[in-house]
Design a protein around this ligand. Structure first.
Ligand SMILES: Cc1ncc(COP(=O)(O)O)c(C=O)c1O
Length: 438
């Protein structure tokens, strides 16, 4: 291909150096490393859209509380394994304020990020009942969660929700659950990577089937309330973040400090176990531990074994951020809605140059503008497009790694700078000229 901003052979050689035979399967870290090297060698800035890390300053409310807690000497003390009481009660209030859902403070358990929350949840769910040895992913999804299951040796099944939105979800979901081997269902909402948002009709299907087949729903809220089409930011007032909690008692809500509060570095989140699930005993626990309920096994067996609790000072930060949000003193969504503005501008540029959004709708509504979006180009596979865009100094990850069956890429808005829209426009104009549609 002619006149690309980055010399084609530089990218090809770097990819070869990393011994990546299929670029569609390159990991986020590999794409990042190749982009960094090509940037350094060429002296041309890359537009980096592969990493899903916050690009904003950490919440000042959290930092202040954490510094104070450290100065007060809490670093020398082991945190309570059940969690800091204030964090537990603020998390419970937060769920009431922003989801209109009642969940006791007892079930709100601090974890070292939602990553640990899902790890502990997968493990505990897999130990309830020997017959239920498989986790079901409503994909596309966050690749590391499958890695967690590979690490712990637990099986999983997956389907791409792309063709099963709305009432089509019921039969598809039931085809898995009816086999009797599924212990838990996991999805993120808003979704990483596609930014689709499951709506109440879909959550009702999931919840109703979860009750019917006695499986546990892991609702990953890493992007809590970041569906910027609605104003979900006023505590104790509708509209609320949609949740499966309205439709079943078998659930865990995974709330993370990382994206909504830009607090990823401190590894803090809260896993919130429903009241009923918390107190439920399972035969698998009696056999393995001599007893225990879901909540006590999750905390006193699994989390105790994994990390003996969560960083003490980060718990003070999370408690303060949730409290300020609950009290209506801190609109955390105001700080992150810039991601939505970036997505709107970036999508407009890609669409103008012949790209399309891969996951484009929530039923009849356009997907929201947010942290991620997905793009495809006619006639190109995920791997071809990912590699080709590298020649134009644009890095993004292939949807293949996310469990999606669609051809395209995930683009993340978190590292976009204001001067890069013009750059992207120029580069995509050239891309379109070099790839005329037939
Ligand atoms: C869907 C999803 N779940 C969980 C996480 C991880 O969250 P945490 O930083 O709280 O471990 C991420 C981070 O990218 C994510 O996208």
């Amino acid at each position: 291909m002619k006149n690309t901003p980055i010399n084609k052979s530089l990218i090809d050689e770097t990819i070869n150096e990393f011994q990546i035979t299929d670029f569609a399967k390159a990991t986020i870290r590999e794409v990042k490393a190749i982009a960094a090297k090509a940037e350094q060698m060429s002296g041309i800035e890359f537009i980096k859209m592969e990493m899903g890390v916050p690009g904003l300053p950490a919440s000042a409310v959290g930092v202040k509380a954490e510094v104070e807690a450290l100065q007060n000497g809490i670093a020398s003390l082991y945190p309570d394994i059940n969690g800091l009481p204030e964090l537990k009660s603020e998390a419970s209030r937060f769920i009431k304020a922003f989801m209109n859902t009642d969940l006791n403070a007892e079930g709100c358990v601090p974890v070292t990020g939602s990553m640990q929350g899902t790890y502990a949840s997968f493990l505990t769910c897999s130990q309830c009942d020997k017959a239920k040895d498989t986790i079901l992913f409503i994909d596309p999804g966050f690749p590391v969660q499958k890695q967690q299951l590979v690490v712990m040796g637990v099986k999983y099944e997956t389907f791409d929700v792309y063709d099963y939105r709305g009432d089509k979800l019921k039969d598809k979901l039931e085809s898995y659950l009816a086999k009797g081997n599924i212990s838990a269902i996991v999805y993120s909402n808003p979704n990483n990577p596609s930014w689709i948002c499951l709506n109440d009709e879909e959550l009702k299907i999931i919840g109703t089937l979860a009750t019917q087949y006695d499986v546990i729903v892991l609702e990953d809220l890493a992007y809590f309330a970041m569906d910027f089409r609605k104003n979900l930011s006023t505590p104790f007032e509708a509209p609320y973040q949609p949740t499966v909690a309205r439709y079943t008692d078998n659930y865990i809500l995974l709330i993370s400090g990382s994206k909504a509060f830009s607090y990823a570095g401190q590894r803090i989140g809260v896993s919130c176990i429903s009241d009923k699930l918390y107190h439920r005993a399972y035969p698998g626990f009696a056999e393995r531990y001599g007893g225990g309920t879901f909540g006590t096994v999750f905390i006193h067996r699994v989390l105790y074994a994994l990390s003996s609790g969560t960083s003490h000072s980060a718990q003070f930060a999370m408690a303060a951020m949730l409290k300020a949000a609950n009290d209506g003193q801190y609109n955390f969504l105001d700080e992150v809605k810039v991601y939505g503005e970036r997505a709107r501008k970036l999508k407009e540029i890609f669409l103008r140059h012949g790209f399309h959004l891969v996951y484009d709708k929530d039923l009849d509504e356009d997907v929201a503008d947010g942290f991620y979006f997905t793009i495809g180009y006619p006639g190109m596979t995920s791997g071809e497009l990912a590699k080709e865009l590298m020649y134009y100094g644009v890095s993004a990850i292939s949807l293949v790694t996310t469990g999606s069956h669609q051809q395209g890429l995930r683009a993340c808005t978190s590292f976009i700078y204001d001067h890069q829209y013009e750059q992207l426009d120029e580069r995509m104009r050239l891309f379109a000229a070099n790839h005329p549609k037939s």
